[in-house]
Design a protein around this ligand. Structure first.
Ligand code: Z5A
Length: 213
């Protein structure tokens, strides 16, 4: 039996970390135990991908990072993770729960950075082929609210220091892509935590009824 790949997406402070715990609990209730679940985050999740994560988030010695370099590093990190961790786990029948995946790239680098859509499409096709998550839970939140939550944690990294326009564009791209894709379910993440958790529980439970476990 091949496992399933579930991804949590959204702007900073949307509540992805908390949502992952909810997903874990629901899977456990469906007799998918912790040993059968691989938790990952992007960028990151292998030694090379974690090193790239550090550069993507902070650069080195304040060297300016070009938007294309950022994009290429994200795909380098992603394919390391897919080929070395995600695909082997799925093949072994495990479930994979991811904190971000390619939808982040489409939203941040495509929507936010406004990188050329043809180049992005080509890169995606060449690197990922037809590999994609089985389900994405997109936590939708206004960037003002999300950044406010995230800022309570302290210093902002290189990407978090982007302008509100940048984050508004990212949200718009997330919303556009979610509206076109039945495998992306939108959660209203502006609500209080118990309400957000309730929506995740409801949507995930419904989806689990449609797949063979
Ligand atoms: N990035 C990219 O540009 N392109 C890509 O392809 C990929 C990533 C894959 C990764 O940073 C950065 O890389 C990210 C996008 C970019 N950068 N930015 N900007 P990261 O992994 O370090 O950060 P993050 O993914 O943005 O995670 P986050 O800031 O930790 O957000 P979160 O996980 O969604 O939030 P949280 O930790 O669950 O919640 C934040 C706080 O809010 C926390 O104190 C919670 O208790 C609180 N919270 C959560 N939900 C609620 C509700 N409902 N009400 C009230 N308070 C809440």
């Amino acid at each position: 039996m091949v496992g399933k790949f579930i991804v949590i997406e959204g702007l900073e402070g949307a509540g992805k970390t908390t949502a992952i715990q909810t997903v874990k609990q629901i899977l456990n209730q469906h007799h998918i135990e912790d040993k059968d679940i691989e938790f990952i985050r992007e960028p990151g999740g292998t030694k090379v991908a974690e090193a790239l994560r550090n550069i993507i988030k902070n650069s080195i010695d304040n060297e300016p990072l070009t938007d294309k370099a950022e994009l290429l590093m994200l795909y380098a990190a992603r394919i390391q993770l897919i080929d070395n961790v995600i695909k082997p786990a799925l093949k072994a029948g495990k479930w994979v729960v991811g904190d971000r995946h390619d939808l982040s790239t489409q939203a941040y680098q495509g929507g936010g950075r406004q990188l050329d859509s043809h180049f992005m499409q080509l890169l995606k096709e060449q690197v990922l082929g037809d590999f994609r998550p089985d389900l994405t839970l997109y936590l939708d939140i206004d960037p003002r609210q999300g950044l406010n939550r995230a800022s309570r944690r302290g210093q902002l990294d290189r990407i978090e220091q982007g302008s509100l326009d940048f984050f508004d564009r990212i949200r718009r791209r997330y919303q556009e892509l979610a509206a076109q894709d039945k495998t992306i379910l939108t959660i209203d993440a502006s609500q209080a935590l118990p309400k957000v958790t309730q929506q995740i529980e409801q949507k995930l439970t419904q989806w689990l009824q449609t797949v063979s476990i």
